[in-house]
Design a protein around this ligand. Structure first.
Ligand SMILES: Cc1ncc(COP(=O)(O)O)c(C=O)c1O
Length: 408
């Protein structure tokens, strides 16, 4: 009989990754082995409150029972057909997603970056077929400090040198304007503009919330000038900000909404381009696709996610607990926090650099049992699962207060 393999502890597992995994990430030194709700447990059985929630991919918490059940049921029936055939789950997914967003048609993909890429293709095709832009002249206007993913085309219009440097030559056809600046946007839009592509709230930039009126202004400008408004709601959407979509805070319906992350319930990668019929109808067979896009497992989990959102409960929780988060952070301003931006259960918190970098604060919080992620210098991001309880949220804020007090 062979001896059972000795299980490796966290330190051994971290060391084992080093020679065999590409070093494109610098994770916190925690090795998660199990999770439920807002909590994760490491290999040694230490528990941590997950205040990052997979960058909002886990809006419904880890292993939400309804989502796990939907996945199990589907696993026992049918997992993949490819789009060479129809599957019996896709129609309902698309119908309900279109209804949830107030739009007409769905292009199912897998990752967020794929949804963004797909939307750029669709916008260009729309510009040529419908708007009449001369061939290969279409432009897309984007915002500085954007984050839309990691493909070569998407990093072509990033302003983050770490994301871009060494990956050229870049895809042409993009114009970059400052975020939250309608005059600059107006100046950049012309008869070649296929679309304006923005995040309603810039997540990776540090949860940058634009001024009231900006999103409505983008909607008015794009309508008036005859180009598409593409809202990348991959991180801001699906309940995070207290509404199904962040654009709803300004009563705006874009022409194209991009969804991902939480659409897969933290179980499978599911993304989608959701748009008006006139826009998505430009695609014809053979012009775009994905082997896994719209697979029955993804559609079943995505439909279960939509069912959760249809109750309104998660949007309401994000809104109500968002007040607790905002009040808690406001009380820390001057106590190690120099500023913060928040909407719903989502915040970017600027830590006094004298106390530590975002990374150092994240590591200290980890040692106290709270997981967060830093971004840009001394900013940390808080995005707990929308299932987090008020008590859990208050305890995370207390831990942050203690970590900051200790570091001062
Ligand atoms: C707004 C936004 N768009 C697109 C993406 C890319 O998603 P993915 O990592 O699934 O490709 C992200 C990921 O953080 C995002 O925040």
């Amino acid at each position: 009989m062979t001896a059972p393999a000795r299980t490796r502890d966290s330190a051994e597992l971290i060391r084992a990754e080093e020679p065999v995994l590409a070093h494109n990430y610098h994770p916190l030194p925690v090795v998660v082995a199990r999770a439920e709700g807002a909590w994760v447990e490491d290999v040694e059985g230490r528990r941590y409150l997950d205040m990052l929630a997979g960058y909002s991919a886990l809006n419904f918490g880890h292993r939400h029972p309804a989502l796990i059940e939907a996945a199990h049921r589907q696993l026992d029936r049918l997992t993949l057909t490819s789009r060479a055939f129809h599957n019996d789950r896709l129609a309902e997914f698309a119908e309900r997603l279109a209804a949830l967003t107030g739009l007409d048609m769905v292009l199912p993909m897998n990752t967020g970056a794929e949804a963004v890429e797909s939307a750029i293709k669709v916008a260009r095709k729309w510009a040529y077929d419908v708007k009449g832009v001369p061939a290969d002249r279409a432009t897309v206007v984007v915002a500085a400090e954007n984050f839309h993913g990691r493909t070569t085309t998407i990093v072509s219009f990033s302003t983050d040198e770490t994301a871009r440097s060494g990956f050229g030559p870049f895809t042409p056809g993009f114009r970059i304007v400052p975020y939250n600046d309608l005059a600059a946007l107006e100046a950049a839009v012309d008869e070649t503009t296929a679309a304006v592509l923005i995040e309603p709230i810039q997540g990776e930039a540090g949860v940058v919330v634009p001024d009231d009126g900006y999103l409505a202004g983008v909607r008015e400008l794009t309508r008036r000038t005859g180009c598409l408004f593409i809202a990348d709601e991959i991180q801001s959407g699906l309940g995070r900000t207290g509404r199904t979509l962040a654009v709803e805070h300004e009563g705006v319906v874009p022409d194209v909404v991009l969804l991902g992350k939480a659409l897969g319930g933290g179980i499978v990668p599911v993304s989608a381009v959701v748009a008006h019929r006139e826009v998505l109808s430009v695609l014809r067979p053979g012009e775009h696709g994905s082997t896994f896009g719209g697979n029955p497992l993804a559609a079943a989990v995505g439909t279960a996610v939509i069912e959760l959102l249809e109750t309104g409960e998660f949007q309401r929780r994000a809104q109500e607990l968002g007040v607790v988060l905002r009040d808690g952070l406001a009380s820390l301003v001057g106590q190690g926090v120099v500023g913060f931006r928040a909407r719903g259960l989502w915040a970017g918190v600027d830590i006094d650099p004298a106390i530590g970098t975002g990374r150092e604060i994240s590591e200290r919080l980890m040692r106290e049992g709270v997981l967060v992620k830093d971004t840009h210098g001394s900013t940390i991001r808080l995005a707990p699962p929308l299932t987090v309880t008020e008590q859990e949220l208050r305890s995370a804020l207390k831990t942050l207060e203690a970590v900051l007090a200790h570091g001062a």
